[in-house]
Design a protein around this ligand. Structure first.
Ligand code: PEP
Ligand code: MG
Length: 577
């Protein structure tokens, strides 16, 4: 019998295939010897992991399907109790102290102790509880690891499969794409999490927030994933399969039709020229950019260079990646954003930032870079060197303080001197820009304008920080609203100020890639978009079919809409015009 399950669609497209359920209970752990002064910090890291594990389990219990509550809640309660038992809360701490080792290793030692005790038991019921202990410990291990997978450690059997997992990190998504995954569905995750953004830009249909799915899907079931509707159909009948195959064909036809405008200039019907660039995460994305006729890169998210590897890249690796993009662009502009790791984007070298109480408000992006120049300096040198090879601009993420830009400028000065001494070439006038993704930046665009040459609006974070909602938390997904008047007013303020001060301003957040908002953004005065390559032609088509007349008035009306429903009504009028 076929079953339909509903989640939140985050990346369009239809996939049909066998499911591959990712179960990450088996995690390899290595011993690391710590310096004496780091032991207390390690204990705090361990305690924070226990707290997070507790929160995760409570969330799972609170969201159980009604008909399953009685059956499963007791099971989860047992896991919660284990998390409070001194065998798990205290013993590993003693082991960290005793062996001067990392939390993962201490937890592994304690797991081995407990498993040994269970194995000695004659009682079949008690020995079956061994699995529970393993599950609970694996959960804590995963948190300690920041969900980081080692290259090729897993995902080598996801080719042509639909992956179902509790959650996936951006690093996971990248690995899965390399292994040829068809689509993915997760129980947790938000619409503008980096995992979701990646899925869109990699063209992988994806659904998040499928909390009730797991009990209904068995290994090797056939699934249909409908990314636009957020729908999964388990073991579809022949008629349903035929319907979705038909939709797949239609979708391909529509996309093929769009390629007709690939070479056309981007301008509104009344002749307003618009800059339309693309967002990329990897040099290989240039293939997709070229396929849709993209002429420039408005956002190169360089943090992906750091993922799925134990050590950060060195200067030459940075330079090699940038050079590949520059060559592919053949004279087009490239905006290289400096490292934005932290929060939901983690690499082995930065995972210590994850276990703070609020990682999204913590050591992320430029804050992390300025704290750890070993990460930042090779990148600055490489970006400057790349500026001698093409039209390079450098963009700083998550700026909230003028002082941060002053420090970046000082560092750039230092690096320029070094390069000159080493007779290495660079463009002395390489433009420096700042992301507007913290509300403080949007409110004070005029002040920041004195320190930069251009701005780029990052709506994914701007919305997260303006409305105080975690972009990766599906429990608050419903509040994530680009049409909220506070968000739109901040966008408008930034655009108006930048225009008045003659500073180029663009938008590279996902709002720019969403066809529903293109005309609204034009009405708010935006003239430069950077979008994911998959969306580029659709956005171009809308721009090229837009008449600017009346748009400003309607856009201003939305700024005063008290409820999302009111805003949506005006948006419909804008999009019909
Ligand atoms: C944004 O925040 O809108 C943005 C473009 O940056 P990222 O999604 O990488 O945080
Ligand atoms: Mg951002």
């Amino acid at each position: 019998m076929s079953i339909a399950l509903q989640g939140t669609g985050v990346s369009k497209g239809i996939a049909i295939g066998k499911v591959n359920i990712i179960d990450r209970d088996q995690i390899e752990v290595n011993q690391v010897t710590l310096a004496k002064q780091d032991i207390e910090t390690e204990i705090i890291r361990f305690e924070n992991a226990l707290i997070l594990a507790h929160q995760q389990l409570k969330r799972i219990r609170d969201n159980l399907p009604v008909e399953k509550t009685a059956e499963i809640a007791g099971f989860i309660d047992a896991h919660l109790l284990m998390l409070e038992d001194s065998l798990l809360t205290q013993a590993p701490i003693h082991l960290i102290r005793e062996h001067q080792c990392n939390a993962e290793w201490a937890l592994k030692l304690q797991r081995d102790n407990l498993v040994h005790i269970f194995d000695e038991m004659d009682d079949p019921y008690l020995s079956s509880r061994k699995m529970d202990v393993e599950h609970v410990i694996a959960r804590v291990q995963r948190i300690l690891r920041g969900y980081i997978e080692q290259p090729n450690e897993s995902f080598d059997n996801v080719a042509n499969a639909i992956v179902l997992a509790d959650d996936l990190t951006p690093a996971d998504t990248v690995l899965m794409q390399h292994h040829g995954v068809l689509a993915f569905a997760t129980e947790f995750g938000g619409t503008t999490s980096h995992t979701a953004i990646l899925a869109r830009s990699l063209g992988i249909p994806a659904i998040v927030g499928l909390r009730r799915a797991r009990p209904y899907i068995r290994p090797s079931d056939t699934l249909i994933v409908d990314g636009s509707q957020g729908l999964i159909i388990v073991n579809p009948d022949e008629r349903t399969l035929e319907y979705y195959r038909h939709r797949q064909r239609e979708d391909r036809r529509y996309r093929a039709g769009l390629t007709k405008i690939k070479e056309a200039p981007t301008a509104t019907l009344d002749g307003t020229p618009i800059t339309l660039h693309a967002n990329i995460e990897f040099p290989e994305d240039m293939i997709a950019v070229k396929r849709v006729g993209g002429e420039g890169i408005g956002l190169y998210r360089t943090e992906f260079l750091f993922m799925n590897r134990p050590q950060p890249p060195d200067e030459e690796e940075h330079l090699d990646a940038y050079t590949r993009v520059i060559k592919a662009l053949k004279g087009g502009q490239i905006t290289i954003r400096t490292l934005d790791l932290g929060a939901d984007k983690q690499a082995e070298s930065t995972r210590h930032t994850l276990l703070t109480a609020n990682p999204a408000l913590g050591l992320r992006a430029i804050r992390l870079c300025l704290k750890d120049l070993r990460l930042f300096k090779p990148q600055l040198r490489a970006i400057l060197r790349a500026s001698s090879l093409g039209k390079v601009r450098m963009l700083i993420p998550m700026v909230c303080e003028v002082q941060e830009l002053v420090q970046v400028n000082n560092l750039l000065q230092e690096v320029r001197k070094e390069l000159t001494q080493e007779s290495l070439k660079f463009d002395p006038n390489m433009p420096l820009g700042a992301m507007i993704e913290v509300p403080a930046m949007a409110v004070c665009t005029d002040i920041f304008a004195k320190y930069v040459d251009f701005f780029s609006i990052g709506t994914n974070d701007l919305i997260q920080y303006t409305l105080a909602i975690d972009r990766v938390d599906d429990a608050v997904n419903y509040l994530y609203d680009p049409l909220h008047p506070a968000v739109l007013r901040l966008i408008k303020m930034s655009i108006d100020t930048a225009n008045r001060l003659d500073k180029p301003i663009s938008m590279c957040g996902e709002m720019a890639s969403d066809s529903r908002y293109v005309r609204l953004l034009l009405g708010l005065g935006l003239r430069s978009f950077s979008v994911n390559p998959e969306a580029l032609l659709e956005i171009k088509q809308i721009i090229n079919n837009t008449n600017m007349q009346g748009l400003t008035r309607l856009a201003n009306k939305i700024l005063k809409s008290p409820t999302p429903a009111d805003a949506t009504k005006v948006l419909e009028i804008i999009n019909q015009a």
